[in-house]
Design a protein around this ligand. Structure first.
Ligand SMILES: [Zn+2]
Ligand SMILES: [Zn+2]
Length: 267
């Protein structure tokens, strides 16, 4: 059976500083779910826990989005047939430290970790901006996540092919993806499949021209080949951000020829 668009596990509310829509409330998220007949949605606001030291170029941004802040919309509203989960988009700093302590694992139904927010990082280690250097950093981060003690049965890797990994130019971003060898991608995604982490299909990662398709799809095809399981994420920060997601997700599902057996389920 074809992979169904029946969930969205990466959505921001107005509590994320980068949301520009006061109306992006939990109630608005629930409306989106009902409108699209989604069975499961998750609010994943940006989050850095106050108990974890943070080393980035914009510490203020991370420090503001602590647990007290992102949990201030709880309890989430309910609707028949919609499983509305409380999650977070955890991040990593310049030292590849994850801003989520073990003591918080039970506070979330689902946790996504970004390995590609490179635009906030600083320090000597981040000075190598060659495509190979940036690609290497992404692998380092992936292994930092996969070697951690995160509860992988309820963890996803957010937007693994996000253009934020290299903002120099569109071509620099694509050349960074090109710098990841098939062999290294197979190794990292085999490990991802082994630990059972979900791999996000973020609609923004799949906004590409026809001639760019192979370069972006390569890592996802390898992940599929390795037996990884996938979930969909709109990464909507505003109510307008939900527009066109239905078509976008159907496109991704077709491009990767996904079946229901390829779907990640939170356990
Ligand atoms: Zn993100
Ligand atoms: Zn996000």
């Amino acid at each position: 059976m074809k992979f169904a668009f029946d969930h969205d596990l990466h959505i921001h509310s107005h509590l994320s500083i980068c949301s520009t829509d006061e109306g992006q409330t939990p109630a608005a998220l629930l409306e989106y779910a009902k409108h699209n007949n989604l069975k499961q949605i998750c609010v994943t606001d940006h989050y850095w826990d106050s108990a974890v030291p943070c080393n980035t170029g914009v510490n203020w941004w991370y420090e503001k989005q602590n647990f007290e802040h992102i949990s201030s919309d709880l309890p989430l509203p309910k609707a028949e047939g919609v499983d509305f989960l409380f999650g977070c988009e955890a991040d990593m700093d310049s030292d590849n430290r994850i801003g989520l302590p073990k003591s918080r694992y039970d506070d979330f139904d689902f946790i996504i970790v970004s390995t590609t927010h490179f635009h906030h990082m600083c320090g000597e280690k981040w000075e190598d901006i060659s495509h190979e250097g940036v690609a290497r950093r992404w692998f380092d981060r992936m292994y930092a996540v996969l070697d951690s003690d995160l509860p992988f049965h309820k963890v996803g890797i957010a937007h693994p092919a996000c253009k934020l990994m290299n903002r120099a130019s569109r071509e620099d971003y694509l050349l960074t993806l090109d710098a990841m060898s098939d062999e290294a991608l197979y190794r990292v995604y085999k490990k991802a499949a082994e630990v059972g982490v979900g791999i996000e299909l973020n609609s923004d990662d799949f906004k590409f021209d026809e001639n760019e398709a192979d370069r972006i799809l390569r890592m996802f095809k390898i992940a599929k080949d390795c037996g990884c399981k996938f979930y969909l994420g709109s990464d909507a920060h505003t109510r307008g951000g939900f527009n066109g997601k239905n078509e976008a997700f159907e496109g991704i599902i077709t491009l990767l020829d996904l079946r229901e057996c390829d779907k990640f389920h939170i356990r």
